[in-house]
Every structure is written in structure tokens, then in C-alpha cells.
Design a protein. Sequence first.
Lengths: 412, 242
Amino acid sequence: MAGNSDPLTPRAKIAVTAGKAVARASRAAGRGSGSVIGGRVALKLDPDLLHRLAGHLDVTLVSATNGKTTTTRLIAEALKAAGPVVSNALGANMPAGITSALASGSEARYGVLEVDEKYLVGVAQATDPKCIALLNLSRDQLDRAAETRMLAENWREGLAGSKAVIVANADDPLVVWAASSSPNVIWVAAGQMWKDDAWSCPSCGGVMQRPGDDWFCGECGFRRPTPSWALSGDHVLDPHGSAWPIHLQLPGRANKANAASSAAVAAVFGVPPQVALERMYQVQAVAGRYDVVQFQGRDLRLLLAKNPAGWLETFSLIDPPPAPVILSVNARGADGTDTSWLWDVDYTRLTGHPICVVGDRKLDLAVRLEVANQQFQVCEDLDQAVQLCPPGRIEVIANYTAFQDLRRRVGN
Amino acid sequence: MSDNQLRIVWIYPDLLSTYGDQGNALVVERRARQRGLDVARLDVRSDQAIPTSGDIYLIGGGEDRPQRLAAERLRRDGGLHRAVENGAIVFSVCAGYQILGHEFINDLGQREPGLGLLDVVSTRGEGDRCVGDVLGDIDPRLGLPPLTGFENHQGVTQIGPHARPLAQVRFGNGNGTGDGTEGAYNDTVFGTYMHGPVLARNPQIADLLLKLALDVNALPPTDDRWYEALRNERIAAAQQPA
């Protein structure tokens, strides 16, 4: 808890110092922010470091398949109304990156931490969080990740009996399944466009019925819980039924959903929704995502979408046709090396947009678009694609490493 | 094919559509339409009856528990057997391939009966999961170019005397039996471990299914340059050390 001025043991202090030194060296060598390698060194010197660093903080953990980084930023911004915040704002979301982030914020009162789905249970055990926000679960990198339902089961077992307040999306049956083993859950009707990972009841395997926004299993009775918070159009409805307008610089329905969940988290720490939502307006781009950049005299909006659920939400926020679209897909280690997931994305939604494809796996995209009966051009690189795009702001949608490549090319 | 409409049935998208294999249905549908055919695609959820009048049935890969549920519901339904008796073509991938065989190991570690539509038996491998690009040579009787795909499974599938291997792998694991076989087929029922999806990587297999369903020897040509470009890239990639 907050208040203890010097909670770290000498060993922990040495670990923190050593980790920071390694991170500096890594940065100096041009190898990125250094937070992961620094955190790894620190954890090796003191395996309990994460626990010790979190000990004097009110910790919130944020996990999901999509929206972790943005929601972490929104919550961090909202909680600054109540006190200093430390956060892994750049998305280094495994134990090493989290340790490194916490080591950099010894004055903070609140810790807001994005956690990779696979590490949530372990990080929750180490950091004793006050609050855990669970946004959504869907297929992602199936060649190397756990099966989606297994992940939900891992959360369910690991969070059973957790003392944390769980803020969970009532519209995602897998998240509800995962959260409902916990005694203290706040349900948020945050919506979810992607439904194809929860047609089968996570509890009994029965076929899920989904009339309108509701859902239930016809066989075992597992059903959508009654939410106390809700996203309703451009407003957040709080538990008293008051509607608070959402003003974000970030585009799209998914970010409104992230804001609704963030407001519910902020309320756990006594920050009222109107204050929280006003502060969220400050958030502009998150690690380059949603940034509009100038490149070759054109405006490019950079959109990250890593999996079918993410692409679906992204298609819903881009400018209408004839806005030009550039798609870029890689299949390196961090992306997952199997591109089959492209076939779970409905590319007929791009009808009417001029489309250019780039990236390591542009030929997979070409076949995918051909079968979706779309017009497209296959380009060597971003420069050529931008030159071929007709006038207008260009929507650039890329998966993980493709997005990093784009940011480097445009100097963002 | 009845009343001039090709019926493509996509079996249990609620259970067996996890690895992009619905792309196989999209490719068959697209290539049929490009040949001027009237196509109806039926997506059949696992609480619905399998129609018996389809021409081509497609089944995809899925996670372990949905695989067991799908096998239970398909056995109970019985429609796929009747469709095969009616001469329908069936193309299955990964978990779906195992279900078409005599038995497989389910998520509980038990032997689960399959549909027995393909003479194969699947067990679970002891070693690491087979994950990665695959390159193979398709059974010469089928007269098709090399097989390319992406495998992601832990199954070991033995082929009995009433089925033949679909391909021999040059790179990758395929059936996981160590003898280099990949997939299996008989006159009308096909199974493979390949994702990609496999029919997007191998459009000539999609055309084979169409020819069998239509009972013709040839189809009008299509513009396959992007398929060919992708095939060349993936065939080269499969030969690179990981």
C-alpha cells in the first residue's frame, strides 16, 4: 500500500540499479528502450523484485487480446487525478517489462500495468492488485499461443478467490467465464463485435444463443450477467444510471469501450466518471497507434490490428470509401508465423476502397483479397503504395511487426 | 449436382473454424462462381442438422474440446454419412480430418470414435507440436502440382488399406508417422493436416473437388497469378531452415 517511504530491501535496490544500468546500455546500443532486458537482469538478481516493487502501490492490471495498451493509457491518465501513476505505457507487458516500468516510478502511488494474457495469473500473484480489468479474449497467434478457451480457463482458475476487484466485459462470454470465479466483479457492457470464439459455451460446450446484445447457453444456463456500467453510443452509463459523454481523440467503437471500462476502473479508486473521462481526452496516440503522420506530402493514419477481432473493429472506424487503404502484414515471431487468420477477416468490408498491399506476406493478402473479389495493387514497399494511392487521407492498417516497420519508415 | 446449383456445406463453424479454414469454403465458392456456376453456401452450426443434399462438404480444424463435441454431434446427426452415400465430396482439415477417421484421442485423453468415413486412425504424438510450413508431392494419381501448407498439430494419423496418402512430404511432418505421408483420401473423402488455408495455397485441389462434384474432367481456366506467386514464395520458404 502507499505510504511506506522505503520498502525495498538492499538486494532489491541493487537489482533495480543493475537493471537500469543494463537498460541504459541497451538504449545506448540502439536496441530499443531497454526495458525488457533491464527488467530481466533485475528479476534475475532478485526474483521477488516484482512483488517488492508493487508492494507500496495500488496496482491495476489490464489484460485482453485487444486494447490492452490503449486502456492502460486511459486508466493511467484517469488515475492521475488521484495521485502519481507508474505504468508500462509502451506495451512491454511481460514480467520483465513490468518490473522495469515499476522500477522507474518509485514516487508513484498507483501502478497501472498492461499484462500479456499468458502472464496475467502470475503477475496477479506477484503484485497483489486492487483491480484487474479484463476486456476481451479472441483467437490470436494460434501457432504459438494457448487455445483461446484454455486461456480463459487459466484466468478462471488463477483468479478464483482473488481479492482484487475484477472489472470485466459482460459482452464477452469467455471473459465472463474467466471472471465469474471471482467474488468481486464489476460487469461492464462494453460490447464486442467479434463473436466467433464464443459460439460454444465455455462452461458446458452447448451452443450459445445470441439474440441481439444478449447471450446465453441453451443447455446449462450460463448467461450474460447484468452489467452495472455500460457503453451506450457516445456515453458511459454509470451504476446510478447517469450518462457521461465520452470525448476521445482516439477513434472507433473499441476505444469508447476501452473508455467505459477505464471509467469503471477509475471509480474503484474514487475517481468519478466525469473526471476520468475528461482526463482521457488527453490521450492522443498510444505507442504510435492512431497517429496521423505526414509522409511524402500525404496524411497517413497508422492503425494497428493484429488478429481477426482487431481487424473487424478497425474496419469499422476507417474513413468511408473512397478513402485509400494500405494493408501490411508480416508473419515474424512476434506476429505468429501462420497467416491463416487472414481468412477469418471479412475483407468484403473494404469494398469501394482503393487498396494497396505491402509487407512480408503481401502475397497472402493478395490471394485473400482476390478471393474476396476486391480490387487491389501489390506494392514493393510503403513508398510505392503511397504514390499509387488516390487523393485523401490514407488509412494504413498493419499487424504487429509490420506496424513497427511502418513507424520506422515514416519516422514516427 | 441437382437443379444446376452447387451446394457447398461448411460444417460447424461454431466448433471447427479456428484456424482460418473457412478460407477453404471461400476459395471453392469463388472458383465455382468464376466458372459461372450458381453456388449456395450453407454454414451449418452444431445445433442444426447436416443437410444430406450438399455437393461439397468442408470441415476445418479446431481446438481439442470443440473437436470432441463436433464428433459427438456429427455421430448423433448421421447426415454426413448419408451425404457420402449420395456421392458427396468431403474435404477435411486437421481436427476435422481426425473426426472423419475411425477414432482419435480427445481432450480428455480418451479414444473418441470418429465417423469412419476415411480409413485412418489418429493418436496423439509424444514429441513437440508440428508447427511450420510444409512442402510435399501429391499422389501422382491425382496429377496435381506440389502441396504447400502450414501445419499446427500434435496428431499422428495411420492410414489403413482403404485410403491412400494424399501426399509425401519433402519438408515438414504431415501425418506425423515418420514415413513422410501427409493426409489421406479415398474416392470422395479427403483429409489433410494442412492449413494456410490449404485450398488458398493449392487452388488445383479446390478445382479437383469441383471436378469430382460436377463429374467433369476439365474446368475453364482462371487467372491464378496471385495464387502462383504465393505458391512460389511458400514453396521456397518451406525449403529454408527455420
